[in-house]
Design a protein around this ligand. Structure first.
Ligand SMILES: [Zn+2]
Length: 228
């Protein structure tokens, strides 16, 4: 999908967001002069993307690629202790590969996020529930006993997640080795994005955020769930 070979800095240019830049470059196919176009697409939550297109009018060779521009310098581990239903309405910005751990009492579940996403806490928990029980739709109504009976080992965890949404004695841990994951304060909108704000902004009486060692953003690893 992406290669590390052609970063914008290799061309000795400074890209401005959303301002396309065109350079001449030797065609790697025929050796004549072709055109290289670069575009920096900014993102307010996740790494910016640089789109690189090369085309040669002499031989018709074309090449196109997308690269992420890493911004986070360290990974993050976010621990949330939620006791209020307002907390479920908080926005979560979650990177692909983030390990999500939901605990309540002695029960818990871990889940690995597959894609970069922005949602509210409640949707995240419901999504984990949905994924665990492989239902095609979000469960709008509480599961009936009959519905949970067919879930075998997932029955307990489905009921646990459902109860944790009602009773709100919930610990949510998000471990992101890429560093872009954030849980927003209660009532904060997504307008400002998250990338330009300091970690302190995301800390309050329910949410603790600490830096952890960063891991380079590669292809997504295997995603899996674990229940205890
Ligand atoms: Zn060419």
């Amino acid at each position: 999908m992406t290669e590390e070979s052609e970063r914008p800095e290799d061309h000795g240019v400074e890209l401005q967001p959303n301002e396309p830049l065109s350079l001449s470059q030797t065609c790697m196919s025929c050796g004549n002069e072709g055109r290289l176009s670069l575009l920096l697409v900014p993102d307010i939550f996740f790494p910016d993307v640089v789109i690189t297109c090369f085309s040669c009018t002499e031989c018709g060779y074309r090449d196109r690629q997308m690269d992420r521009v890493e911004s986070a310098v360290e990974g993050v581990k976010i621990t949330c202790r939620f006791k209020n239903s307002q907390d479920l309405k908080r926005y979560v910005v979650i990177s692909a590969g983030t390990e999500v751990k939901i605990e309540s009492g002695e029960h818990g579940v871990t889940y690995t996020q597959k894609d970069d996403a922005v949602m509210v806490v409640e949707s995240l928990i419901r999504y984990v529930l949905e994924t665990l029980i492989s239902r095609g739709t979000l469960p709008e109504d509480p599961l009936t006993e009959e519905e949970t009976r067919g879930l075998d080992e997932y029955q307990k965890i489905a009921l646990f997640l459902q109860e944790s949404l009602t009773d709100l004695d919930l610990v949510l841990v998000l471990e992101d080795k890429k560093g872009d994951t954030r849980v927003l304060p209660v009532g904060e909108s997504l307008e400002k994005g998250t990338k330009s704000l300091p970690l302190e902004y995301f800390t309050d009486e329910c949410v603790e955020i600490v830096r952890i060692e960063k891991e380079d953003r590669g292809e997504n690893g295997e995603s899996g769930e674990q229940i205890w």
